[in-house]
Design a protein around this ligand. Structure first.
Ligand code: SAM
Length: 326
C-alpha cells in the first residue's frame, strides 16, 4: 500500500467527507439567507460512500470525518456511519454537526460506530446563539451536548467561530463550561469565503489574544497526533476540558495539513480553498473500479499546492464552507 502523500512531504491520513450540502441553520458567516434549493442535487449514495472510503483506506486513510451541510439531516446517516465503520483500516469516525437532533440520535450514532463528535456552538448566551445561527435551537443543542456526554464518545469537541462584536467576550463563559466537562472547546478564526467577504472584513478576529491569555494563565500546549485536526490544543491542571485554537491565517498553518476532502456530489478537494475539485464519481459506480480510483487519488494529491493562500485574500471557488463541507 502506498500512503497518499504530496510533493511537500505531507501525508494524508484524514478524509473529510461531506454527505450533503443542505443545512437547516442560517449562520451569519456561512449561509445567512439559509440553504437555497436552487438545483436538485444527487448526493453520494451509501454504496458510493463505501467505495470512496474503501479507496481512501487502501491508500492509508485512518480517520473519516462526516460533515456537510448538516449531516444529521440525512435520513440514512446511521447507515452511513455503520458502512464506514466496517471498512478495514478505518480506525476513527468523527462527525461535525450543529447538534439540532443530537439528543435523539447520539446513542444510535455511537452504537453504529461513531467515535468522535464536533458540535458547533458559537455562543453560550442563548439570544446570541440564536442571532448568530438564525434559528432558535440553543436549548436543543445544549440537550444534545448533555446526551452526547452521557452516551460517552471517545472525544467531544465544541466548535466556536470567533466573531468580533458577537462572541468576543465569552472566553470566560466557555472556560467555566468546560471546567468540569470532558470537552475540547475549539475557537476557530473566521475564514473568508466567496460569498461572505463583507462579513469577514467586519468581524474577523485573530486568535492571538486567546493564545496570549492561555499562556499567561498556565495552559500548556499539547503535542499533535498524526491524524489530529488543525487545532493547537491546550490543557490546564484545573480544567477537565481542554481548549483548541484554529488559526488558518497563521504563517505555517498548511505545513501540517493531513486532510483531504470529498464533497457530497463526489468531488475530491485538495484544500478547502482555491480549486474546483477533481470528479471521482465516475469511479464510484462499481466495486471493481478501486485500482483506477486509487491512481486518480495519487495523481491528484501530487498537484496539491503548498498553501491555501488565504492570507492573500484567495477564497478560490468556495462560496461558503457548507458547499464543500467545513
Ligand atoms: N452543519 C455542521 C456544523 O454546523 O457543524 C457541519 C458543517 S459546518 C460548515 C462545519 C464547521 O465550519 C462549523 O463548525 C462552522 O462553524 C464552521 N464554519 C463555517 N463557515 C466558517 C467560516 N467562514 N470560517 C470558519 N469556520 C466556519
Amino acid at each position: 500500500m502506498q500512503q497518499l502523500s504530496d510533493n511537500f512531504g505531507r501525508k494524508f491520513y484524514y478524509l473529510r467527507l461531506s454527505i450533503t450540502d443542505v443545512c437547516n441553520f442560517k449562520c451569519e458567516y456561512c449561509l445567512p439567507e439559509g440553504y437555497q434549493h436552487t438545483q436538485k442535487k444527487c448526493f453520494l449514495s451509501v454504496d458510493e460512500i463505501r467505495r470512496t472510503v474503501e479507496a481512501f483506506a487502501a491508500v492509508g486513510t485512518q480517520k473519516v470525518r462526516i460533515t456537510g451541510g448538516e449531516p444529521g439531516l440525512r435520513k440514512d446517516v446511521t447507515q452511513i456511519i455503520k458502512t464506514i465503520a466496517a471498512v478495514p483500516g478505518i480506525k476513527k469516525i468523527a462527525m461535525t454537526t450543529n447538534g439540532y437532533n443530537l439528543e435523539k440520535y447520539a446513542k444510535q450514532w455511537k452504537e453504529a460506530g461513531l467515535n468522535q463528535l464536533n458540535i458547533s456552538v458559537d455562543s453560550l448566551t442563548p439570544h446570541l446563539f440564536n442571532k448568530i445561527t438564525g434559528v432558535n435551537r440553543f436549548d436543543d443543542v445544549m440537550r444534545g451536548i448533555d446526551k452526547a456526554l452521557e452516551v460517552g464518545f471517545d472525544k467531544i469537541k465544541l466548535n466556536s467561530v470567533l466573531i468580533k462584536q458577537f462572541n468576543d467576550n465569552e472566553l470566560n463563559q466557555f472556560l467555566s463550561f468546560i471546567k468540569h466537562r470532558n470537552i475540547e472547546m475549539r475557537f476557530i478564526e473566521l475564514m473568508e469565503c466567496g460569498e461572505t467577504s463583507q462579513f469577514f472584513n467586519k468581524h474577523h478576529l485573530s486568535g492571538d489574544g486567546i493564545k496570549a491569555f492561555l499562556n499567561d494563565q498556565g495552559w500548556v500546549q499539547q503535542l499533535r497526533a498524526k491524524d489530529d485536526g488543525p487545532a493547537q490544543v491546550f490543557s490546564h491542571p484545573d480544567s477537565q476540558g481542554s481548549l483548541g485554537l484554529i488559526q488558518p491565517y497563521a504563517k505555517d498553518f498548511c505545513e501540517t495539513c493531513n486532510r483531504l476532502r470529498v464533497s457530497s456530489t463526489g468531488k475530491m478537494h485538495l484544500c478547502l480553498f482555491g480549486e474546483e475539485g477533481v470528479d471521482i464519481r465516475d469511479l464510484l459506480q462499481q466495486d471493481n473500479q478501486q485500482p483506477q480510483l486509487m491512481t486518480r487519488l495519487q495523481d491528484s494529491v501530487a498537484t496539491k499546492k503548498v498553501s491555501h493562500y488565504l492570507q492573500q485574500g484567495n477564497t478560490g471557488v468556495t462560496p461558503h464552507l457548507a458547499s464543500i463541507g467545513g
